[in-house]
Design a protein around this ligand. Sequence first.
Ligand SMILES: C[S@@+](CC[C@H](N)C(=O)[O-])C[C@H]1O[C@@H](n2cnc3c(N)ncnc32)[C@H](O)[C@@H]1O
Length: 209
Amino acid sequence: MKKSLNNVTETYDKTAPFYDLLNHVYFFGRDSQFRSIIVENFNLKPYDTVLDLCSGTGLDFSFLLDKLDDRGTIIGVDLSLQMLQRSKENENRKMNLIRADVAHLPFRDNIFNAIMVSFCLRITPTYTSTIKELARVLQLCGKLGILANHKPQGLVGKLITTMLSAILKIDFGISLSKHIKKEFTIISNKLMHGALVQLIIGERIKKGN
Ligand SMILES: C[S@@+](CC[C@H](N)C(=O)[O-])C[C@H]1O[C@@H](n2cnc3c(N)ncnc32)[C@H](O)[C@@H]1O
């Protein structure tokens, strides 16, 4: 699937007004459960610093905010202005939002205790450099939590994935675990929700490049 970053940004700028609805319908409202599993696996301390990569309309924020107090920090990064704008409207607490390409994160090395990546790595054309960036900015022993769309078997699966690839620019051909393994130790890798969702928990045990 050929796509550029402009292509992706344009798609999500247009999708922003109805993204949350689409998400809840597609997952029958169960995405909260997947997001919560990731956050529980982080074992966050109230003063931790967490990165929400491709934060979109901010659907991860409340789960992360619940684990932190005033000393903690969450930073959301996304390239689509409309998605970022929507996340400001969705969350009444003040959030740190940055517009950037996640393959070039504007952060120092080793500063995050955990990184959450929901439904993004199969979308961004720069996913290989992004994974290296994650290893760079995550502290040693820091946790990485990934949710990704997954291609289910059978005709229905084929129909769903063809539709989603066209509307949301999702590339179901990427082997995420293969790329993640190069930088992280995979602690858990499982399929959920009738194999429509892949959940990966990783830990940074070796130094990023
Ligand atoms: C399917 S949405 C997921 C949003 C959110 N994480 C969630 O779980 O609902 C994908 C998001 O990735 C963002 N995105 C894709 N490629 C990006 C890149 N290279 N840099 C920053 N954001 C990117 C899009 O703008 C979009 O908001």
